[in-house]
Ligand binder design. Sequence first.
Ligand code: FAD
Length: 576
Amino acid sequence: MGKVKASEAVVKLLENWGIDHIYGIPGDSIDSMVEALRKEESKIKFYTVRHEEVASLAAAAYSKLTGKIGVSLAIGGPGAIHLLNGMYDAKMDHVPMLVLVGHIPARLTGTDYFQEVDTVELFKDVAVYNKKITSAESFPVVVNQAIRTAYQERGVAVLSIPDDIAMGEISDNAPQLSTVFEKKVPGLVQNDLNNAVALINSASNPVILAGVGAKNAKKELRAFSERISAPVAVTLPGKGAISDDHPNFIGNIGKIGTKPAYEAMKNSDLLIMIGTDYPYAAYLPEGAKCVQIDIDPIKIGKRYSVTVGVVGDAAEAIAYLNDHVTPVNERPFLKTCQSKMATWWKWMDEDQEKKQTPIAPEALMSAIESISEDDTIYSVDVGTSTVWSTRYLKVSEKQDFIVSAWLGTMGCGLPGAIAAKQAFPDRQAIAISGDGAFAMVMQDFVTAVHYKLPIIVVILNNKQLAFIKYEQQSAGQLKYAVDFGDIDYAKFAEACGGKGFRVEKYDDLQPALEQAKASNVPVILDVVVDVDAAPLPGKIVMDEAKGYARFTAKSIAENHKLEKMPPMKTVVRRFL
Ligand code: FAD
C-alpha cells in the first residue's frame, strides 16, 4: 500500500469537482497546498493576485457568472483577513465559494505564534461551513463536505489548514470520494400553483418584479410576460433577466430605477415577485395582492405581504404558469406602462446625446454600448458607476451584468472582469468603475496583464467619491472629504504592460473605445467625466427634495460655490 500527501489527495479531489481555477497568494502557512498544485501538474490554474481581497471578489464573481463554486486561497493571519470582503460578497449575494486558508502548524496552536489568528473564530459570521483541519486522513473528506455545503447553502465554505497536516501522508487507496452533488430543489406544490393561476387570471394590473433568481428562467420569464401582457421591472442584480429593449420591460426598481417602474408598482393590483428578495418596500405597491415565487421558503413573505407563495425553481414554476394561465392579448395597464416607458427612453436618449466636454457619464454609457458584443459580460462597480450603468446601459438576455449587490463593496468591478475573462475567454469582459472604486484594487490590473486576460476597464474619473458627495448633498450637508488627487490611469495601464487611453474630450471617446475593443490586451480607458453629473433617483422622495433645499441654502449662506445641480425643470419633469 502506497502513501500520498493529504494535500495531493485534496488537489485530485478539487479536480474531480471540476474546479479549474484558484485565485490567491501563496505563502508559508499554505505552501503545502500550493506545492501539491504545482507537483500534480494540476488542471487547476493558479492565478496569483496582488491582494487577497481581489482573489475572493474574483471567486465570488466567477460563481455569480457560472453557477459553479469559486475558489480562493491565502495564508492564515493577514492573508485570511484580506479575503474577508469577497467572502462577504459571496455570502450576501448567495453564491458558493470555497476558501482555503493556511494555519500555523497544529503543534504550535495557542502559543501566540507568528501570524497566529483564530481563523475559525474570524470566519464564524461569514461562513456556512467553517472547520480547521485536524488530521491528514480527514482532510479530503472535510473538503468534500465543504464543497457540498457551499453548493447546497449557496454560501462560503472555509477551511483553515495547518501546513504540517496538509503535508501529512495518507493511504493512496482510500475509497474515492464522490463528487456527485444532487442539489435539493423543492418540488412545486399543486395547490399553490392553482392559487397562483387563479390570482393571475383575475388581476387587471399585474406587474412582474424579476430578481437575480429569475436569471435561470429568462426564456420562461419572457414568455410569461408576453402571455399575460404584464410589464416587467427588475432588481439591480436582476438586470438582464429580460432584455432592456423588450417592449414589456419597464426598467429597474428603486432609487436607481425608472419612474415608469415606480408608477407601475403604485398602480398595480397584483405584484408577481420572481426570484427576488428586494428590500425597499417604499417602491412596492401599496396593498396589492402578491404571488411570490422563490426557491427558498424563508423568502416567501419576508418583504411583502404575500397572498400566494410558490416555493420552487423559477424556471419550473413559470413554465407551469405559462401552460395554465389564460392568455391576455391586450391589457390597457401594459399599454400605459409602455407609453410611459417610451417617454422615459426618450429622456434617456436625450441625456445620452450630450456631446459635451467634460464627458457626460450618460454619453459614456452609450459609447460603451456601441462597442459591446452580443454576449458581453459587464462587471459593474459600486458608486455612481452603478447608477449610470444600470440606468443607461441596455443589457440583453445574452449578456451578463454582475455587481456586488448586497454587500455593495467598492472595488468589485476589476476582479469581476478578471473572473469573467478567465471563465469565458471568448466573451468580451468590460469593467465599469469609478476612480474611487478602481483605486481600491488597481494593483490587480497587472494580474490581467500577467495572465493575458484582455479585459476592458472603463474608469469614470471625476477625482471624487461622487456618490458620497451626492449623499451629503441630498442630506442637506456640504461636500466634505470626498475629493481625490488626479491619477493618470492610462499611464498606469501602460506601466503595468497593458494599454491605456486617457479620454478628456468627447470627440476622442468613440475612437478610444474602438481601439480598446480592437486591442487584444488588457486596456484601461480613463475617461474624465463631468464632476457635476448628479445620479438622481428615478423618483425623488420628499426627504431628498428637502435635503437638496437645505444643501442649496447652506451653500449660499456659507459662501461656498454652489455645485451645479441639474435644472430644476428636469428634476420636476422626470423625477417628481
Ligand atoms: P437577492 O436578494 O439575491 O434575491 C434573489 C432571490 O432569488 C433569493 O430570494 C433566492 O432565494 C431566489 N432564487 C435564487 N435562485 C432561484 C431559482 N432558481 N428560482 C427561484 N428563486 C431563486 N437594488 C435595487 O433593486 N434597486 C436599487 O435601487 C438598488 N440600489 C443599489 C445601489 C447600490 C449602490 C448598490 C450597491 C446596490 C443597490 N441595490 C439596488 C441592490 C440591493 O442592495 C439588493 O441587493 C437587491 O435589490 C436584491 O436583488 P434581488 O432580490 O434580485 O437579489
